[in-house]
Ligand binder design. Structure first.
Ligand code: PFF
Length: 453
């Protein structure tokens, strides 16, 4: 086997991990979840879920990945040889490839919207026609499949270039730029006439909306948004150097992810209120309503509005790419390390598989809308299967592995870099408690809630 690649610096690790975490989950999913579950109250739930429940799983994945220097399957085999754990590890290789397939469809929509923004379609079209854009586009066949293909090829190209030359180089440059862009859009959005109500919605909690649904949704969102439970962070951690600080990488990633989600909330919600659209409009919120808003605002300042639209959809596209490459890398690590495939062959195999499943997902908004799996369209079925079941199941697997299967001294050694990181030494007992008890119980609650609901 060739020498294993490493990320070059702590900054590179955090940017790659934050790149995986920050994505459509923040810009597309988070705002409509906030809109569906009561605004500020949901944000508070989400913060608690991220730091108490999901951050320990981040530590679990990084501990497994960095200690074993392997992808999920090999990691389990190395740390618990001859046990059945590796097969459970294998399960988490499939989940990110499935997510990649439907994620790429939404990534493709952002390609299409960026193209529309560049062609000034949102600024130059009568408002009545703008509203029909999204529904008409996603229910057609050729267009969405073409942009899904473009998105998939971009992902494959970056992953093909390798961990250091592809993933590290791309995320190190794009992540800081993304933060600047989202801040620019949020400032534009909160200064729109009529935006005040949207800002109030994001900062004044209405706890009457908090029910079991909202709690389960907040936890599911935290898993999805931090890319946990699917071996992505584990695989990236296997490329971390031994002297990196696991605690700081985790907190750095979680804070960036949370900050980005909140900024995305401020970019989207005030604009939604300014245009008089219901915040609970669901998954179409960003794609369906923002062009309408750009169009409306464009009546007064066409160039400014067109520029903001371009920046906005470019932000979504780049954020989606940095997440999608992390999903593909999990499968690539497996196929190259365990099956001895060349990197290019592995990338090709995963691209072909995820592309095919993605085509079915894309068609499920149009010609295949009648095909139902357990009452859901193909797209919805796969999304629910992953975020409600596979991610929490994978998360549970990883915390149980670290908290109950690995020896405590080994976990201590990895978390504290052999006892040299004094801050981590002081935190260890608390983290150990979260890993052994709080996280598994919390995930069990998500499962039971989802089952009952
Ligand atoms: N965290 C990504 C987002 O918020 O868009 C989604 C994601 C990436 C989920 C990687 C799972 C994964 F393995």
């Amino acid at each position: 086997m060739s020498e294993r690649e490493h990320f070059g610096s702590r900054f590179a690790v955090i940017m790659a991990m934050a790149g995986s975490a920050v994505g459509l989950g923040n810009i597309w999913r988070f705002p409509y979840m906030v809109g569906e579950h009561g605004g500020a109250a949901f944000i508070i739930l989400y913060m608690v879920a991220s730091f108490v429940l999901v951050l320990p799983i981040f530590f679990a994945e990084t501990i497994i990945g960095r200690r074993s220097r392997q992808g999920t399957f090999g990691a389990m085999e190395k740390l618990a040889p001859g046990t059945g754990w590796k097969w459970l590890g294998l399960l988490t290789v499939f989940a990110p490839i499935i997510i990649l397939s439907y994620y790429s469809v939404v990534g493709g929509w952002s390609v299409e919207y960026l193209y529309k923004a560049v062609c000034l379609d949102f600024t130059n079209t009568p408002p009545e026609r703008i509203q029909g854009f999204f529904g008409a586009f996603i229910s057609s066949s050729g267009g969405p499949i073409a942009v899904h293909t473009i998105f998939m090829l971009l992902v494959a190209g970056i992953v093909l270039a390798g961990v250091k030359r592809g993933i590290e180089r791309f995320t190190k440059v794009t992540m800081p730029v993304l933060f600047v862009l989202i801040v620019v859009i949020a400032i534009y959005s909160v200064t729109l006439p009529g935006a005040k109500e949207g800002v109030a919605y994001l900062v004044k909690p209405d706890f009457s909306k908090v029910d079991a649904h909202a709690v389960a949704a907040a936890m599911g969102q935290a898993f999805f948004s931090l890319s946990l439970g699917v071996g992505t962070i584990l695989t990236y951690a296997s490329y971390m150097r031994k002297d990196e600080n696991i605690f700081l990488s985790g907190v750095g990633t979680a804070v960036s992810d949370l900050l980005f989600a909140i900024l995305a909330g401020f970019a989207v919600m005030p604009a939604v209120f300014a245009a008089g659209i219901a915040p609970g409009a669901g998954p179409g919120l960003v794609f369906d309503t923002l062009p309408f808003i750009f169009n409306k605002m464009g009546a007064g300042a066409p160039w400014l509005s067109a520029a903001i639209a371009i920046v906005f959809f470019l932000t979504i596209l780049v954020a989606a790419l940095t997440s999608a490459i992390s999903m593909m890398e999990v499968g690539v690590a497996y196929l190259t390390e365990e099956k001895g495939l060349k990197r290019a062959t592995a990338v090709l195999a995963i691209t072909a598989f995820a592309w095919t499943v993605g085509v079915l997902c894309s068609l499920s908004f149009g010609p295949l809308a009648e095909v139902k799996l357990l009452g859901n369209s193909i797209f919805d079925f796969l999304d629910k299967l992953c975020s409600d079941w596979l991610l929490p199941a994978g998360g549970l697997l990883f915390t149980l592995f670290v908290g109950w299967k690995m020896a405590r001294p080994d976990v201590f050694d990895e978390f504290t870099n052999g006892g040299t990181l004094k801050g981590n030494v002081r935190l260890f007992n608390f983290v150990w408690f979260l890993l052994r008890y709080v996280a598994p119980v919390g995930i069990a609650v998500v499962f039971v809630t989802n089952l009952v609901l």
